[in-house]
Write a protein that binds this ligand. Structure first.
Ligand code: G1P
Length: 255
């Protein structure tokens, strides 16, 4: 709903706010295309007609389909809304408020799914006091040299003291169609929401989920400050604006 970004999101959905000069959602679509994905399904709601306009005009070459989640019933429910369009093929779920610097992590997840036949989910290590903002995994041992680790279970937003590990889910997943079966069996959690993490947990308890550590840079654009640092980072990576921005920042920070 973008409430953290009010008043910016009174008219513009947060997905279309710019990261420097590019709508945040375009960066996620570009990440998908860079990993070889040629069909993107956006789960949106009807109160955001500009998402449809984006889908019609987005650049990059992927086919974009918009489906609707008419009430906010959780991430698991949002994934279910795409079921018909996705069909039986393996698919990725990407949460666009996690911005990754490139497509390498998604490529790793796809490769892991293709090699093992299991669901592959992106994870990273965070300080213990940050675990409660995320889905958290119970790992099977420690990650191997490639950063892969078996997932025994998943718990959504645990208290720091109860958390099974400091490995959290970063919003990139590759699933086979079996995940839809687990989603269909879910009982709604607090607030009537269907949690994707609960479906992954059920699958993990049968040994069918692997985690892969993320290596590339990452920004949480779910808050205005995260959006700002993502913009500054994007501008600092660009040859055309980086020198001017750097000079301005240095002068500004020294006064
Ligand atoms: C969602 C997921 C959570 C995951 C997080 C990553 O939570 O439910 O498991 O760790 O995204 O950003 P949200 O941030 O939507 O509350």
């Amino acid at each position: 709903m973008g409430t953290r970004f009010l008043p910016a999101t009174k008219v513009v959905p947060k997905e279309l706010l710019p990261v420097y000069d590019t709508p945040a959602l375009q960066l996620t679509v570009d990440e998908a295309i860079g990993a070889g994905i040629d069909h993107v399904v956006l789960v949106s709601n009807r109160a955001k007609p500009s998402i449809e306009a984006f889908a019609e005009r987005a650049s990059g070459g992927a086919r974009i389909t918009v489906v609707y989640q008419d009430s906010p019933r959780g991430l698991g429910h949002a994934v279910m809304c795409a079921r018909e369009v996705v069909g039986d093929a393996p698919f990725a779920v990407m949460l666009p408020d996690e911005l990754l610097g490139d497509s390498s992590h998604l490529r790793d997840l796809i490769a892991e799914h293709e090699a093992s036949g299991k669901s592959a989910i992106g994870v990273k290590r965070v300080p213990r006091n940050e675990v409660s903002a995320y889905g958290c995994i119970t790992p099977q041992g420690v990650p191997d040299a490639m950063g892969r680790v078996g997932v025994r279970d998943v718990v959504e937003k645990p208290n720091a003291v109860d958390a099974p590990s400091d490995l959290v889910i970063i919003g990139r997943y590759v699933f086979g169609r079996d995940i839809f079966g687990y989603l269909a069996d879910l009982k709604p959690a607090a607030g009537g929401e269907l949690q994707l993490s609960d479906a992954i947990g059920a699958s993990a308890r049968t040994g069918a989920v692997n985690g892969v550590l993320v290596n590339c840079s990452r920004h949480d654009t779910g808050t205005p400050l995260g959006m700002l640092t993502a913009s500054v980072d994007a501008a600092l990576r660009r040859k055309d604006v980086s020198p001017t921005l750097r000079t301005w920042l240095e002068r500004r920070l020294s006064t």
